[in-house]
Design a binder for this molecule. Structure first.
Ligand code: AMP
Ligand code: MG
Length: 494
């Protein structure tokens, strides 16, 4: 990394400038024969970059780590984290490098990070690399989440490096260029707190307030308000996950961002048939991060953040704990209100009735009992409003259970007084027809990895860019996996 090309990125690296102690300066390893896999023109433009100029050999040199773009100060960030409940005081970017921060065209500060660019001081026993499969998975799922309206890190570029990566087999290496509101995690706070460095925790909190929640600086108790703001963002996020059947798979505290964006698409997957205990990850033996556990884990993780903030919430420790505990107790009802708002919209309701929670939970129970596809039940409900219930009832093993629920739903719907077509359209705008179906993702990744064929990946990416708009010819992408491909397992994105 010693040549520079003409400036593309207008870096303004506040983290590297001001957050000494939270990072190590570091360089990317060189890539033997970099090749383009995918470039995100629209995102490049959103970032205020010259997309055409970057979609080139010069861009490839940057996104493969072979050339440091002018103005970048590559750093590996430090963080700690609870992984599956056990605390590691030092994790950090073992295979990622923050190139720097840019201000996008909407004046938002965004991190540009290379993931898979080689070893760093935080690599521990790892090789610092990423294989093509997990890189393309993160690209696909992250961009799908964006199109679904879920806060997420984004993918700016994916390139193969030409270097081998050794896992169970030898795999082609790749680098993802990830864009995030920031990469500050609950685990970043834990890193300083574990070192009993109160000044550093406070400095990180002040930095995070300025960067993510500037209004909380003016609150009566800014650090409490900051905690409440993070809790709100994460509660809203997890409610969105639940509404689309998304299972993150590895909700460790180092994978929960302070910004409230979804990060780290390793063993994640979308549920096909509804079953609240669903776990896809091969390493999640106890089912800690099962679909139904995500709201509880959200609160558990936020409690770990709260612990780091105790000294700044009140000079009396007992008082601080009391105040923070009160705020933590508000997260469950807060999450539930986000969830209920989302679920009401999913079943086409625009008013509120106390019976709605029961109505929604009874639908979920019926889906569970009837092994009905989560995504398609909600999507096809709008057809019932348009007069055709066959599609949706056909998704249940025992359609008469659904019929009984449908009667109740109609009665509740009529109480709303909105025209069926208006509601059906509103439902179609919140209930996707296309999600990253596990078998489709695997098919796309296998073609890319084993046949160097990127066409299935590119096609899937294009379909997922418009998850709510049904297109003729794309029926295949809406279908659940054939029974032969169930149960599906995911493996950690290393
Ligand atoms: P993740 O499971 O991707 O959230 O990563 C958990 C921790 O392991 C982070 O500190 C990563 O940087 C680190 N890590 C994961 N894979 C590798 C790798 N191949 N080389 C070095 N560090 C890694
Ligand atoms: Mg991680």
């Amino acid at each position: 990394m010693n040549t520079t090309i003409r400036p593309q990125f207008k870096f303004d690296n506040t983290f590297a400038r001001g957050m000494e102690g939270f990072f190590s300066n570091c360089q990317a390893e060189s890539a033997n024969t970099p090749r383009w896999l995918q470039f995100n023109h629209a995102l490049a433009e959103e970032l205020g970059l010259d997309a055409v100029a970057l979609d080139s050999e010069a861009g490839l040199a940057i996104f493969s780590g072979n050339t440091a773009p002018e103005g970048s100060q590559p750093i590996a960030q430090a963080y700690a984290g609870h992984q599956f409940g056990g605390f590691s005081p030092q994790l950090g970017d073992g295979r990622a490098l923050l190139l720097g921060e840019v201000i996008d065209i909407q004046q938002r500060r965004r991190d540009i990070q290379l993931k898979g660019s080689g070893r760093t001081p935080f690599s521990r026993g790892g090789d610092g690399k990423a294989a093509i499969g997990p890189v393309l998975r993160e690209y696909l799922v992250g961009e799908a989440m964006q199109a679904l309206g879920v806060p997420t890190t984004r993918a700016l570029a994916a390139v193969s490096t030409g270097n081998d990566v050794y896992r169970e087999t030898t795999l082609p290496g790749a680098i993802l260029t990830r864009v995030a509101a920031s990469h500050i995690r609950v685990g970043t706070f834990q890193y300083a707190a574990a070192r009993r460095d109160e000044d550093k925790v406070r400095q990180l909190a002040d930095y995070s307030i300025t960067r993510h929640y500037p209004d909380t600086a003016n609150a009566e108790n800014p650090y409490l308000a900051f905690f409440a703001a993070v809790a709100d963002a994460q509660a809203s996020l997890v409610a969105r996950w639940m509404g689309i059947g998304f299972i993150h798979g590895v909700m460790n505290t180092d994978n929960m961002t302070i910004s409230g964006e979804t990060i780290d698409y390793g063993p994640c997957a979308f549920m096909d048939s509804y079953s609240p205990g669903t776990v896809f990850s091969s390493i999640d033996h106890g089912g800690r991060y099962a679909y139904e556990n995500q709201p509880e884990i959200l609160i558990w993780n936020l409690a770990r953040l709260a612990e780091t903030l105790i000294p700044f919430v009140d000079p009396k420790q007992e008082k601080a704990v009391e105040i923070l505990t009160e705020t933590i107790e508000c997260i469950k009802p807060l999450y539930e209100s986000y969830w209920l708002t989302g679920m009401r919209a999913k079943i086409g309701l625009s008013t509120e009735d106390p019976s709605d929670v029961q109505l929604i939970n009874d639908l979920l129970k019926t889906m569970d009992k009837g092994s009905a596809d989560f995504t398609l039940v909600f999507r096809h409900l709008s057809q019932a409003l348009r007069g055709d219930s066959n599609l949706v009832r056909g998704l249940f093993k025992n359609p008469t259970d659904f019929d009984a629920w449908e009667q109740r739903w109609w009665r509740r719907f009529e109480q709303d007084g909105i025209s069926a077509e208006t509601s059906a359209q509103a439902m179609d705008s919140v209930n996707p027809i296309y999600i990253p179906r596990n078998h489709k993702v695997e098919e796309a990744l296998a073609a890319a990895v084993y046949k160097e064929d990127l066409i299935p990946f590119k096609k899937l990416l294009a379909v997922l860019a418009h998850p709510f708009d049904e297109f003729e010819g794309n029926e295949d992408y809406a279908e659940p996996a054939p029974p032969t491909q169930i149960p599906y397992k995911t493996f950690c994105g290393t």
